[in-house]
Design a protein around this ligand. Structure first.
Ligand SMILES: CC(C)(COP(=O)(O)OP(=O)(O)OC[C@H]1O[C@@H](n2cnc3c(N)ncnc32)[C@H](O)[C@@H]1OP(=O)(O)O)[C@@H](O)C(=O)NCCC(=O)NCCS
Length: 321
């Protein structure tokens, strides 16, 4: 590879998503899969940037070599994530330029948060000014649950006494509209602000299946399952619920719709949050997954208010919770 790397930075479009996620091909499991990126891109279309260069195999085509994004979410705080370069292009100044493009988009006055991979934490704190810590980390847990465990979980589904609703992408019929509003409201209770555009993007995305549990006409929680288009792994998240039993019901209902063979050949991932004991309990003790990485939440100005007690699995491992 020559020294004079020619590249440009431009906004990301939906057709760039798969190539952008391929920048993480050496560590797919700790960054969001294309389905999640597509939902965020649809809700925050101006907040994603890619670095492109001429494709070495076809100079008339572009190749995506780097990506980063900073959607401005609840509490007027931008969350910086999906930051990566294709391995062969790292260490040549492209990442710094992408990061600066996001800072320009965010503007000088706004609070910014991020999840710092352990290898980057010191640099973000010392060079990036991300010095505010709440000592909360996301913990990526992954693995292949044993088939008898999946059978046991699937069995629990049958004995539950409440209404279980499923929304599969694009199913936004009239009869669903009150359920959709309940999901938006439940999500708001966690984020202290409505994320309606994002929730609509998820519910309209056919890559997701969403399960909501309602008792006495009150929503008790909701959760989603989608697959990584590259690794085929099942990603659980969000799992947002009023209590552990409900969280477990959401997980088991989502998994019950998949075959044990599919789960066993591809595995499961959930991003837990270490400040909520039951979130770790679900991933480690219940699903018997293993911790594969940990990233601490850092902020520039202030932590944001989040109702962590309702979180059993994160929505996104890049953008807040
Ligand atoms: C982290 C990454 C995106 C940086 O991009 P890059 O093009 O390699 O970085 P540059 O050449 O522009 O940066 C030069 C230096 O600044 C650091 N740097 C880059 N962006 C930075 C930022 N936003 N804040 C602080 N330091 C930064 C780089 O780590 C590098 O440090 P070093 O000189 O100690 O090695 C890239 O290395 C990568 O894809 N890593 C794997 C994925 C990953 O860890 N992403 C971050 C998750 S938090």
């Amino acid at each position: 590879m020559g020294e004079d790397l020619q590249f440009s930075i431009r906004p990301m479009l939906s057709e760039d998503v798969e190539q952008a996620v391929d920048c993480f091909s050496d560590q797919y499991d700790v960054f969001d899969p294309p389905a999640t990126v597509r939902s965020y891109l649809s809700a925050y279309p101006d907040a994603f940037f890619i670095a492109v260069t001429a494709d070495p195999n076809d100079p008339n085509r572009e190749q995506v070599i780097g990506v980063c994004a900073s959607p401005i979410g609840p509490q007027d705080t931008a969350f910086f994530g999906l930051y990566g370069l294709r391995a062969e292009y790292r260490g040549r100044g492209v990442g710094t330029k992408l990061f600066q493009r996001c800072l320009d988009y965010i503007g000088p006055e706004r609070n910014i948060g991020l999840y710092a991979a352990q290898s980057m934490q010191q640099k973000y704190m010392e060079r990036g000014g991300f010095t505010i810590r709440e000592h909360v980390s996301s913990v990526t847990c992954a693995g292949i649950p044993r088939s008898d465990l999946i059978e046991k979980l699937q069995h629990k589904v049958k004995s539950f006494n409440g209404d279980i609703h499923f929304v599969i992408g694009n199913d936004s019929t009239e009869s669903n509209s009150s359920l959709v509003q309940m999901i938006i409201n439940f999500d708001q209770a966690i984020h202290c602000e409505s994320r309606d555009r994002l929730i609509h993007a998820v519910l309209n995305n056919s890559d997701y299946s969403t399960c909501a549990i309602v008792l006495n006409e009150q929503i008790q929680g909701y959760g989603c399952l989608r697959r990584h288009s590259r690794t085929s792994r099942f990603m659980l998240g969000p799992i947002y619920a009023n209590n552990y039993e409900i969280a477990l019901q959401i997980v088991t209902n989502l998994l019950a719709r998949q075959s044990i063979e599919q789960i066993q050949s591809n595995g499961i991932i959930i991003h837990a949050i270490d400040c909520h004991h039951d979130s770790m309990r679900l991933a480690i003790e219940e699903l018997k997954l293993e911790k594969i990485s940990k990233s601490e939440r850092l902020f520039r100005e202030r932590p944001i208010k989040i109702n962590y007690n309702l979180i059993y699995g994160l929505f996104s491992c890049d953008f807040s919770v």
